[in-house]
Write a new protein. Structure first.
Length: 310
């Protein structure tokens, strides 16, 4: 829905009738995580909150906050790519009767790729860029219409781009959560923050019957049946393991001292409330809609394909 609305906005701005401008959906900035990372650097270094893509930074902060609170739940409950990946895996199960898993060592190596990609962006943005450079980047025409450039990439996608997407789709059908497990730097970052979460999947070894149903249900191949507390950054807080456990009160998503455990229903409700409140605060505080004028959009959109360097 956001994509369709954004296409309508770009088409209306590119048209001749200025009276028929369609409103721009700020949520499209969720697809600009690199810009949000630079905006975070600038905010930390300069104390100035980004007004070019403020919704992107707020969504980024919301995802990190959720990870610190309830593990990597953004990936399993909110992220559209995660949803698409799960759907492709289910299709693969119906089509082939199963999903495949890589052997242990190739799996370890490939899982490290998303952390190497993340390390590259962290080093480039937080080490090589100072506060002035980060702020200057945010003001460039390249960044101002980064969302338009992203749209143009998919509208005019090359043969190589189509081949990569088809390859990822096939791999996601064969191997559950291929993109999320091996390549997504966003998920890698949230996974690292999620290790700070006080809520974790916790197993009671006394009542556990070692049926391994929890590990089989885990989409991220975590050996839940061997852990007392699941610390892994791969845990996305989906709670499939908790729901599959056949023994009452043996597997819980709880605090260190058992007091307030959550199941899938209560966790999903908590995520919805958190997200609505966080985004609501962003809108009320003026950190949602950008300050870019329609006149500037009209000037820059026709030049989008020329803005390849910043």
């Amino acid at each position: 829905m956001i994509g369709v609305q954004f296409i309508r906005f770009v088409n209306s701005v590119s048209g001749a009738d200025a009276q028929q401008i369609t409103s721009r959906p700020a949520g499209v900035e969720a697809f600009l995580p690199i810009s949000a990372l630079v905006a975070l650097k600038s905010w930390i270094a300069n104390g100035v909150f980004d007004q070019i893509h403020p919704a992107g930074l707020m969504i980024f902060l919301a995802a990190i906050s959720l990870s610190i609170l309830w593990k990597r739940v953004f990936c399993s409950w909110i992220c559209p790519f995660g949803t698409l990946s799960e759907g492709l895996a289910l299709w693969g199960q119906k089509l082939l009767g199963r999903n495949f898993s890589l052997p242990r060592w190739p799996d370890y190596f490939l899982r490290s790729l998303k952390y190497f990609i993340l390390a590259f962006f962290i080093f480039f943005i937080f080490v090589l860029m100072d506060g002035a450079a980060a702020y200057a980047f945010l003001q460039t025409p390249y960044n101002i219409i980064a969302d338009v450039k992203m749209l143009n990439f998919f509208k005019n996608i090359s043969g190589i781009g189509i081949s990569v997407i088809i390859g990822l789709i096939i791999l996601s059908i064969l191997i559950r959560n291929f993109w999320c497990r091996y390549l997504c730097p966003y998920g890698a970052l949230l996974g690292l923050f999620s290790m700070l979460s006080p809520w974790k999947v916790r197993r009671n070894p006394t009542s556990c019957i070692s049926c391994t149903k929890c590990s089989i249900a885990c989409p991220n191949q975590i050996r839940v049946d061997k852990a007392l507390n699941v610390w892994s950054p791969e845990c996305s807080g989906c709670l499939n393991c908790v729901e599959e456990c056949p023994v009452s009160d043996t597997l819980k998503f709880d605090l260190p001292k058992p007091s307030f455990s959550l199941n899938q229903k209560t966790l999903s409700l908590g995520i919805i409330i958190f997200w609505i409140v966080f985004i609501g605060v962003a809108k009320l505080s003026g950190h949602w809609e950008n300050g870019i004028s329609i006149e500037l959009y009209k000037k820059l959109i026709p030049l989008a394909e020329q803005l390849n360097h910043f």
